[in-house]
Design a protein around this ligand. Structure first.
Ligand code: PLP
Length: 383
């Protein structure tokens, strides 16, 4: 027990101790934290759908029809008509033959890597991939290797090195802590040449990128032949919870037979699937949400560059400012909170050592006035 205390103390000294803030009420552009009203620049609720009246109503109606609990895993008797309809609608929306729902994105990633790869196979990952993708690769039992961030030639070298094996290359579509987009067209080509599966985790692109919100595949003009396995989460831009994998019939059927994080868990509530069905309709039809986001991002980048902050190469709602030192990033985040804007300080091990950052994220409900408050606060802490 003593050693846990020591470890916790050490985290505090290194500026790496994490504490949860208790949020009152629903997700919105403004939040009440510790009784104080602040503008929220750290959620992944990019389209502002986490508390939308139509989605809330669909959730409630779903409860009236299906009750609260699903009762069992999908393969026992927990797979409801609501789950099934959502899978079919997601397949239609993404343009893939089939989709499979998972309870969380973390579990979807574990399921894909473990369900399709194993001993004797090779899993290649971008070194800045989300922790759930890295864990998925490590737990799959396959040989695991990382390539330099967004570096197609390094990825290609590794594809060549393991020529004889069954291979999968996994990458974030939009990198969650940097906001940049993976070089998917080139990675797809390399994977095709080396007979490797390409799996893209589009947790931060789905709903946000592309005219219709189909994510990085739409934005880059790709489809199933280039990206045979697409995963996206429903708890970010879509504002609900859960995740799905889109792929061909054989891949999806294999996951249903093999993926332990699919098989050995209770299906999510059917009413949640009804809420997500309502959300997907809004994602497709309300393009103004993406247009408004793009406008906020453009104005933010122009103004912040003028203040002398260094920005990352990102066109997405993820706009980090790298600080470096963890203590300093924490202090700046606390100063911003005092000025009424809530921006998360992201520290190792979520990001690489020495790259602690303020991770600013926008959502479609932010007004230009709120953006200006953020800009004023950033100007003040710069001094
Ligand atoms: C959030 C996230 C996940 C995990 O999804 P959950 O549904 O929250 O479990 C997976 N991959 C990426 C890139 C993410 O940002």
């Amino acid at each position: 027990m003593k050693s846990l205390k020591d470890q916790l103390q050490q985290k505090k000294e290194q500026g790496l101790y994490r504490q949860r803030k208790v949020i009152e009420g629903a997700q919105a552009a403004e939040l009440i934290i510790d009784g104080k009203k602040v503008i929220n620049f750290c959620s992944n609720n990019y389209l502002g759908l986490a508390n939308h009246s139509e989605i809330n109503a669909a959730f409630k109606k779903g409860i009236d029809r299906y009750g609260t609990g699903s009762g069992a895993a999908h393969l026992i008797n927990g797979h409801s008509a609501a789950h099934h309809a959502l899978e079919e609608e997601l397949a239609e929306f993404t343009g893939y033959p089939r989709c499979l729902l998972f309870s969380t994105g973390y579990m979807a990633n574990l399921g894909v890597a473990q369900g399709l790869m194993g001993r004797g196979d090779v899993v290649l990952e971008d070194r800045l991939n989300h922790a759930s993708l890295l864990d998925a690769g490590l737990l799959s039992g396959a040989r695991f290797s990382r390539f330099a961030h967004a570096d197609v030639s390094d990825a290609e070298k590794k594809l060549e090195k393991y020529a004889a094996k069954e291979k999968m290359l996994l990458t974030d579509g939009v990198f969650s802590m940097d906001g940049d987009i993976a070089p998917l067209p080139a990675l797809a080509k390399s994977c095709q040449q080396h007979d490797a599966y390409l799996m893209v985790d589009d947790a931060h692109g789905f709903g946000v990128l592309g005219e219709q919100g189909r994510g990085c595949i739409e934005y880059l003009g790709l489809g199933q032949s280039e990206v045979p396995i697409l995963m996206a989460t429903l708890g970010k831009a879509c504002g609900t919870a859960g995740a799905f994998v889109a792929a061909d019939e054989d891949i999806i059927e294999t996951l249903i037979q093999n993926a332990r994080s699919y098989i050995y868990t209770t299906a999510s509530p059917p009413a949640l699937a009804e809420a997500t069905r309502a959300s997907i309709k809004l994602v497709q039809s309300e393009n103004w949400r993406r247009e408004h986001l793009a406008e906020l991002i453009k104005q933010f980048r122009q103004s912040v560059a003028q203040m002398g902050y260094e920005l990352m190469d990102s066109i997405t709602p993820i706009q980090p400012i790298v600080i470096g030192d963890s203590h300093q990033a924490m202090q700046l985040s606390q100063q911003l909170l005092k000025l009424g804007v809530h921006v998360g300080a992201i520290r190792p091990p979520t990001v690489e050592p020495g790259t602690a950052r303020l991770r600013i994220t926008f959502n479609a409900e932010h007004s230009v006035a709120q953006l200006n408050q953020l800009l004023d606060a950033l100007e003040k802490i710069k001094k």
